[in-house]
Design a protein around this ligand. Structure first.
Ligand code: ADP
Length: 279
């Protein structure tokens, strides 16, 4: 049985008393080493969930528990060691004049000693493939490199949960895939829980479980394959269907039997071979 790392218990949140509720009675659990995707159209409440997880915001109703500890004003400094977050725009996240200063910054704030800091800078920059850029000024890096450094800075704190809030949205598909590969390998090495927040359904295929948000409510929780089978419903709540899933539907309409929902091109090809050989 995996340890429970994140728990939302009947959480409701609004940005002010006169404002509408942006999260309505949300409950879910996330376990150690789980890869979770949170998906939903813009404004469905995804970023608000992320901010509640590390005490940037507090719910008006319900409770959030991280690693067995309720998120309160008293616990947020400990909670923020457990929950690391990387956002969409890396430029807003840099504070250091060099890449290594930047990775050091979060550790300085948490009183990590110098030798340990040097060790962790080395370890995390090499984990994200940025060791050679140690002495470079962050603003000289490409978008993908900046996100790698932002991820290294968070990993240097040794969190239990890593949240990527649209963190690869500004990258091209190749850069996006590269970063996800890196993050997935660090996740396995460190036994991290990984939460990827995105509005792009294509991004969820690597997740074990997908939490679908709609209008501030949890609309569904399912494995990616089961989710892709609900295409019409997903379109209805404003989500774009991934290319492979849409193509599978068109093939079915054309009379080619696609029996299993494919997650990627390779699986669809396999399906086509199978149906071709039985036709
Ligand atoms: P998502 O990440 O799914 O796009 P958000 O959590 O950012 O959704 O936003 C949910 C809702 O809360 C939206 O309607 C948004 O306009 C509103 N909202 C977000 N941030 C603020 C804020 N600082 N003040 C008031 N309303 C906000």
């Amino acid at each position: 049985m995996r340890n429970k790392i994140v728990e939302f218990r009947n959480v409701s949140f609004r940005y002010g008393e006169e404002q509408p509720w942006v999260l309505k009675n949300c409950s879910f659990e996330i376990y150690e080493n789980e890869a979770i995707a949170i998906i939903g159209h813009n404004g469905s409440g995804k970023s608000t969930i992320a901010k509640l997880m590390n005490g940037l915001l507090f719910p008006q109703q319900g409770e959030i528990v991280i690693n067995g500890r309720a998120v309160t004003n008293d616990s947020i400094w400990d909670i923020r060691k457990d929950v690391g977050m990387v956002f969409q725009n890396p430029d807003n996240q840099f504070v250091g004049t060099t890449v290594q200063d930047d990775v050091a910054f979060g550790m300085e704030n948490r009183g990590v000693n110098r030798n340990e800091m040097i060790r962790r800078i080395e370890e995390t920059l090499s984990a994200v493939g940025m060791q050679e850029y140690r002495l470079i000024e962050p603003h000289k890096l490409s978008g993908g490199q900046k996100q790698r450094v932002a991820i290294a800075s968070v990993l240097a704190i040794f969190p239990d949960v890593l949240i990527l809030d649209e963190a690869t949205a500004m990258l091209d598909p190749r850069g996006r895939a590269d970063i996800m590969k890196t993050v997935t390998s660090v996740k396995e090495e460190r036994n991290l829980s990984l939460i990827t927040i995105t509005h792009d359904l294509q991004e969820v295929v690597q997740a074990e479980r997908v939490i679908v948000m709609n209008e501030g409510e949890i609309w569904d929780e399912a494995a990616p394959r089961d989710l892709f089978a609900k295409k019409a419903d997903l379109r209805h709540i404003g989500l774009d269907i991934p290319f492979v899933a849409a193509l599978s539907d068109e093939l079915r309409k054309a009379g080619i039997p696609i029996n299993h929902e494919a997650l990627n091109h390779e699986e669809l090809l396999e399906e086509l071979w199978t149906s071709y050989s039985t036709m």
